[in-house]
Ligand binder design. Structure first.
Ligand code: TXA
Ligand code: MG
Length: 340
């Protein structure tokens, strides 16, 4: 593919971004979770370009973003009572709802499934762009397939500059991890990807909610995942990551005895001073929301360290938003957990 000139836009340029999207182009847009790589969801050729720019397998379906709740009605077969309750409670916000798709959704979006994932983002710039474009926007995270999702415009530039039409820079993303994905097409509503809207919050609205097995464990070969994205390696820096599961003291002493010049620690801020090897921090033990905001930026920073080929990561708690942090870190580590 020939290199194109990627325009840098600001949060004020929503009309410019909308025009590019209406004309079938690709624009990276800010959302409250991570930056998304947007295209007109109803334009098959535009959507196909997303897969090429990201190097994304074509069987991995995309989330369709809307700016008003009523826009969902044309995109799904039935806006069910459960879906309405979720929309009322969590939209606009970091929740994606999977329902049976309507005929308006091109197959290229759903990757051959009969369902579609819909989200109404909270970021005002995202909503303005969707509204100005006048169409729903398909938008996966704006990273190269396999690398950590972008939480700053600079991450998008690193991955996609020269491959997309424009990037709208609106600063760092508040949440920092991708939306919670819940399927309402399973017998019991099922969380396919944990995020800032927690399982506990979802249960308060829907009652019974289950968590897909692939959230915390590696799929067996030949088992079809509920969410195709879960079978792919994700978020991984170039160096190998291993999660160290133990107390703060055990973690620090493990690193200080196993550490070497090729080893770095991905730890909490309060750990850094006690660790003998290079450190990259991602928030503090007490606050999983801050860990979420910082994790992907920290994983990208690991790639900037020269001569490091092994990273020992501090293991987050699995409560509340911590489940989402742990889920992403598990994938970055290829499920390599060392239990102390
Ligand atoms: O926060 C987010 O959700 C960001 C921002 C840009 O909105 N988007 C995002 O998209 O993370 P993406 O494509 O990186 O992740 C979408 C995930 C994938 O794991 C995909 O397999 C799953 O959602 N997914 C999409 N449609 C689905 C469907 N119909 N059934 C099951 N899983 C689906
Ligand atoms: Mg992604």
């Amino acid at each position: 593919m020939s290199k194109m000139n990627t325009q840098m836009l600001s949060a004020k340029d929503t009309q410019v971004a909308a025009k590019i999207l209406r004309e079938g182009g690709l624009v990276a847009i800010p959302t409250e979770t991570v930056y998304g790589l947007a295209a007109n969801a109803l334009d098959e050729n535009a959507v196909r370009k997303i897969f090429v720019a990201k190097g994304r397998p074509s069987d991995n379906p995309l989330i369709v973003h809307i700016s008003k709740v009523e826009e969902i009605k044309a995109l799904v077969r039935d806006f069910t009572p459960d879906a309405q309750r979720l929309a009322e409670a969590f939209w606009p916000g970091p929740l994606t709802i999977i329902l049976k798709k309507s005929d308006a959704i091109p197959d290229v979006i759903s990757g051959g499934l009969d369902t579609v994932a819909i989200r109404l983002p909270a970021h005002p710039v995202a909503r303005e762009i969707i509204e100005a474009a006048g169409c729903p926007l398909a938008a996966p995270s704006a990273n190269l397939s396999g690398s950590p999702s972008p939480t700053r415009a600079s991450h998008v530039i690193d991955d996609l500059s020269g491959k997309i039409d424009a990037i709208v820079d609106a600063g760092a993303c508040e949440v920092g991890l991708e939306s919670t994905v819940i399927s309402l097409c399973t017998t019991v509503p099922r969380v396919l990807r944990p995020g800032a809207v927690t399982v506990e919050q979802l249960r308060k609205v829907l009652g019974n909610v289950e968590v897909d097995a692939a959230v915390l464990s590696q799929l067996e070969k030949n088992v079809a995942p509920t969410s195709p994205g879960m079978k792919y390696k994700h978020y991984a820096p170039r160096a190998k990551v291993a999660i160290i599961n133990g107390s703060r003291e055990q973690y620090i002493s493990y690193i200080n005895t196993h550490g070497d010049s090729n080893v770095a620690a991905l730890c909490y801020e309060e750990d850094a001073a006690d660790i003998a090897v290079t450190t990259v921090t991602y928030g503090s033990e007490a606050d999983p929301s801050v860990q979420a905001t910082k994790l992907f930026d920290a994983l990208r920073k690991c790639d900037e360290l020269a001569g490091i080929d092994l990273i020992y990561a501090r293991c987050p708690s699995q409560r509340g938003v911590g489940l989402a942090v742990y889920n992403r870190l598990l994938r970055a580590a290829g499920f390599d957990v060392i239990n102390l």
